[in-house]
Design a binder for this molecule. Structure first.
Ligand code: ZN
Length: 334
């Protein structure tokens, strides 16, 4: 019986199951090269970072496959959930982690053909013409598009959907047949994969023409020193809190004294604080007892110290602290 690797949640639900197929009898079986020529040497409409770019260390699947695939399956990896603003280095590290999983279980390197991160960036896993361990019983006849993370509990980003649609379109008559259907792993295996939130979006991958503009460059924020909704969205992406551009339940007492805080700030008389500000307070090193989720002089001073700008406890118009924050966000960090 072929080896199987299941990833379960706390309740024992199978979120993902990886499986190696038995060695087929016949001419495709046999010698397993440890390196093969990359098949993506032609320029592609969609950019897929090479195996070398992320530092693939192990074997590239277990068999060379000939001919076009007849099916495409969408998966999720149930590994770390990176933010849309994650750095390339962080994504490369996740690729190596994913490779370690497949290597440990099956000894044939990374399981999936291509892995798409919340940023919208895509990385080559097992080469298109090599057999992986993604879709049990169908590894020889199908190819896989994997979303990095857990989409039973998280939402795929628009950038991920757009990239996956572009890959599906790009692969027609190249990696799979023109009419190769695209489905979710759960359609053919006992697993929640690719998660209900992603499964609900498969039509967008099937029908999308991949022409949606790529994700906003992490460098997309205007450095103007005003903290409005677009800056908040990027902070939320970096901190992994809900991305809605709103800083909820902040004390109205601090509104007029901080004119650099503009759109998306919810000023109320009975402030409860926001999860994003609490996460920011942790990020900038405030004591756990002081992480109340509210902006105010204490938090602003801590932020200014963290950013290395003058410490006065106020976010003015064209604030130097906010400009420093926007520059850091444009570098993909806080
Ligand atoms: Zn799967």
């Amino acid at each position: 019986m072929a080896e199987v690797y299941e990833i379960k949640d706390d309740e024992g639900n199978v979120l993902e199951v990886l499986a190696a197929d038995d060695e087929p009898q016949g001419e495709t079986a046999g010698e397993v090269p440890t390196e093969v020529e990359p098949t993506d040497v032609e320029p592609t409409a969609v950019s897929i970072a090479s195996r070398a770019s992320w530092g693939a260390r192990y074997q590239d699947g277990d068999l060379t496959l000939t001919g076009l695939a007849i099916e495409v399956w969408v998966h999720h990896s149930v590994t770390a959930q990176l933010s849309a603003g994650a750095s390339i280095a962080a994504e490369q590290e996740q690729m190596r982690a994913l490779e370690s999983v497949g290597q440990t279980r099956f000894g044939t390197g990374i399981s999936y053909n291509v892995v798409v991160f919340p940023s919208g960036r895509a990385y080559q896993g097992v080469s298109w013409n090599r057999r992986g361990t993604h879709t049990g019983g169908r590894n020889s006849t199908s190819r896989s598009i994997c979303f990095a993370g857990n989409y039973e509990t998280n939402q795929p980003t628009a950038a991920q959907i757009s990239t996956a649609a572009a890959i599906y379109r790009e692969g027609k008559q190249r990696w799979w047949t023109q009419g190769a259907p695209l489905g979710g792993h759960r359609d053919v295996s006992q697993t929640a994969c690719p998660g209900k939130n992603l499964y609900a979006r498969l039509d967008e991958i099937r029908d999308g023409d991949g022409s949606t503009p790529p994700p906003p460059d992490p460098g997309g924020l205007v450095v103007d020193g005003f903290w409005g909704s677009s800056t908040t969205r990027r902070v939320q992406q970096e901190l992994g809190t809900t991305v809605d551009g709103v800083v909820s339940s902040q004390s109205v007492a601090w509104r007029d004294g901080n004119p650099g805080l503009t759109t998306g700030w919810q000023w109320v008389s009975d402030a409860q604080g926001s999860r994003m500000i609490a996460a920011l307070q942790a990020k900038i090193g405030m004591d756990s007892g002081a992480r109340d989720g509210k902006i105010g002089p204490q938090t602003i001073r801590a932020l200014q110290r963290y950013l290395g700008t003058p410490v006065d406890g106020i976010i003015s118009r064209e604030s130097r602290a906010v400009m420093a924050l926007q520059r850091r966000l444009n570098d993909g960090r806080i």
